[in-house]
Design a protein around this ligand. Structure first.
Ligand SMILES: N[C@H](CCC[C@H](N)C(=O)O)C(=O)O
Length: 291
């Protein structure tokens, strides 16, 4: 990219989990970790919980095997520049962008991700539904300790790792400014997203989250899925045993998500996705950020 070219960006969010969208269809842009952190910096940069780089699957080495099924690859990065396998709120915003940019028709589409192809239903307005794949629950657990209280966590993967902690009151999570201490650390060698969950009523919970690579965010889509599945297992037999879907409302700080676990184990998430603004990076700023 020459210094005169102006790289476009958009800002979007899903239940206030916000992202900088960077269209890069031919995969020409090298986005090192430090550059992503600079873009996500809420004072010196645009600000965001993460970056969604939009690349044709055929143009990205990690997505070429998905290219026959999904034209577009969501290259997701956390706010600190680290790479994560999946971002649930991000994939809704990504689908909203593809429709906004005229790259897809409204309806059902497939999006390539590091966790595999995800099927999405996006209409011109209204909520977006994502089939998030199956949750994996693991026996091995960690103990999370905050403010002198300790709790066992449920170990749930949605393609990315989650530790789900049930608490009486979300205030017990503390300020979430740092990673809540957990042990043994060996259970999550690559770090973990930690969700604190409190009941709000039948099939209705509220959560706060400290996200790996982004800190406390207003919402975490994969986290809401992990929370809904962990709560369903706490409340009774799995949909696979009952043949009945388990439907949970998960309140996050930035809104509410509806999560359904189907008898075949597939988890579906429905929630909003908005494009807030679009613009271009100042070439000098971007050149310095990419250096
Ligand atoms: N921080 C997460 C990725 C983003 C997850 C979250 N923003 C979502 O909506 O799923 C991780 O490192 O696994």
């Amino acid at each position: 990219m020459t210094s005169t070219q102006r790289l476009a960006y958009l800002k979007g969010h899903g239940t206030e989990n916000d992202f900088v969208i960077v269209p890069d269809p031919d995969g020409r842009l090298d986005l090192p970790r430090a550059a992503v952190a600079r873009i996500c910096d809420r004072r010196a940069g645009l600000g965001g919980d993460g970056v969604l780089r939009v690349v044709r699957s055929a143009a990205h080495p990690e997505a070429q095997d998905q290219a026959d099924e999904a034209e577009w690859f969501m290259d997701y990065r956390n706010g600190d520049g680290s790479i994560a396998e999946m971002c649930g709120n991000g994939v809704r915003v990504f689908a909203r962008y593809l429709l906004h940019a005229g790259l897809v028709e409204a309806g059902d589409l497939a999006i390539a991700t590091r966790a595999g192809v995800r099927r999405v239903h996006v209409a011109k307005t209204g909520d977006v539904t994502v089939s998030m794949g199956r949750a994996e629950l693991f026996e091995e657990s960690v103990v999370v300790t905050v403010g002198g209280r300790s709790w066992p966590a449920r170990n749930v993967s949605m393609g990315n790792p989650h530790a789900v902690v049930f608490v009486e009151d979300l205030a017990h999570a503390g300020d979430l400014l740092a990673v809540p201490p957990f042990s043994p650390a060996s259970v999550y060698p690559d770090g973990v997203n930690i969700e604190f969950v409190a009941d709000r009523g039948p099939h209705h919970v509220a959560m706060r989250v400290h996200e790996r690579g982004s800190g406390e965010t207003r919402s975490c889509g994969t986290g809401a899925c992990a929370v809904a599945v962990a709560t369903a297992r706490r409340d009774g037999p799995a949909p696979a045993e009952t043949g009945t879907p388990a439907i949970y409302t998960v309140d996050v700080l930035g809104g509410s998500l509806s999560i359904t676990e189907l008898p075949d184990g597939t988890v579906e998430m429905t929630g909003p996705a908005e494009i807030v603004a679009e613009g271009t990076f100042e070439p000098a700023w971007l050149t310095a950020a990419l250096a």
